[in-house]
Structure formats: structure tokens, C-alpha cells
Design a protein. Structure first.
Length: 209
């Protein structure tokens, strides 16, 4: 509280805030610039997909995210070997390779091998020289019908788990879960006491005999 006959405090700070205001008037022009850049990149990489190379499906790190699947950095050498694709050929046909990643489970290995095989089945390889196609290159009819893929290559899909419906029986209704849990906790707590008591009773019966 202000005391005595002084000037009431009413300082005027931040007088030049107008000079520090962030405006966003260039947003529409940036949007157009990004769109033109995407179109230019698509034209430059034609006939390859605009999203880049094919990526594997991997699990996220740590307990919080390891149930979720996402696109990884590249396929392992073991996955490429199982799919029958040489590791030196893979980058030339739009497949990302990561020589450091290791396969920790058979399910993950098989999932990515199937992904590689599906990609290989739909792959159209352009010949290096138009007049001299090599073995494995697409024919002239296939080259005419080909179109550039604009979205992600084989996007990662997350299937929702199916719910199983079960009819509730009279035994389920009669079961007392809380009572069962408390009983089992008590049994676990009294294991040592009951074992000691049984040993003392056995010793007493032996002495009496």
C-alpha cells in the first residue's frame, strides 16, 4: 500500500511493443512456395515415388511406445537375404538399407520380408538405356502405363484388434474376485508361519511317540 502524499505509481513500460509484433502475412505465399517445391521435386525424381524409399516396419523404443509400429530407417541385411534381394541392388531400386539394425524377433523379420516381396511384385524397373533393356527391366507396354506414386510407399497400417464377445454364465456371476484375491494374499503371507507350525506339530508327535 502506498503511504504519504506521493505520486501514484503508474509507470508506462513496453511502449514500443508494436515493433516486436510477429506477423504471419507471408503464410499464403509460403504455402504456394512449398507446393511449387513439391511439384518441382516430383518432376525431378520421376518416375520414382515422391515420398522416397521403401521403409521397414519397426516398433517404437521404451515401454511407453514399444506396442506402436512405425516406419524405420532401413531394412536389415537378413531381411533382404530372406526376400532374395542383394544388399547392393536394394538402394538402386528404392529400398532403404540399414546395416546396423538387428532382427530381435521372427515375427518382425517375417513382416518386413513380406513387405519386401509385396514391393518387389509391384515394382517397375526402368532400363538404363531406352533401347537396350536388361533382364528384370519392364517392357515397353508397362513403361507406358506406369504412373508416379504420390503418397507413402506401402504405408504402415494399424489394424484395430477384434473384440471377442463372451456370454456371462452363472459361475462367472457367482465368482467373487475380491474375496479370492484377499484369500490368496493371506495364504502367501502365512506360508512361513504354517510351515513352522506344521514342523513343530510333527516334532511334538515324534517326541510323544
Amino acid at each position: 500500500m502506498v503511504r504519504h502524499n506521493n505520486v501514484v505509481p503508474n509507470q508506462h513500460f513496453r511502449k514500443k511493443w508494436q515493433d516486436k509484433v510477429r506477423t504471419w502475412f507471408n503464410q499464403p505465399a509460403r504455402k504456394l512456395r512449398r507446393r511449387n517445391a513439391r511439384a518441382e521435386k516430383a518432376k525431378k525424381v520421376f518416375p520414382r515415388p515422391t515420398a522416397g524409399a521403401l521403409r521397414p516396419i519397426v516398433h517404437g523404443q521404451t515401454v511407453k511406445y514399444n506396442i506402436k509400429k512405425r516406419a524405420g530407417r532401413g531394412f536389415t541385411l537378413e531381411e533382404l537375404k530372406e526376400a532374395g534381394i542383394p544388399s547392393k541392388l536394394a538402394p538402386t531400386i528404392g529400398i532403404a538399407v540399414d546395416h546396423r539394425r538387428k532382427n530381435r524377433s521372427l515375427e518382425g523379420l517375417q513382416e518386413n520380408v513380406n513387405r519386401l516381396k509385396a514391393y518387389k511384385a509391384n515394382l517397375v524397373v526402368f532400363p538404363r538405356r531406352a533401347g537396350k533393356p536388361k533382364a528384370g527391366d519392364a517392357s515397353a507396354e508397362e513403361l507406358k502405363a506406369v504412373a508416379q506414386l504420390s503418397g507413402p510407399v506401402l504405408p504402415v497400417t494399424r489394424a484395430a484388434p477384434a473384440l471377442e464377445k463372451v456370454a456371462i454364465t452363472a459361475e462367472m456371476k457367482a465368482e467373487k474376485a475380491y474375496h479370492t484375491l484377499r484369500t490368496e494374499r493371506m495364504n502367501a503371507r502365512l506360508v512361513g508361519v504354517r510351515a513352522k507350525r506344521a514342523a513343530e506339530e510333527a516334532a511334538a508327535a515324534k517326541d510323544a511317540a
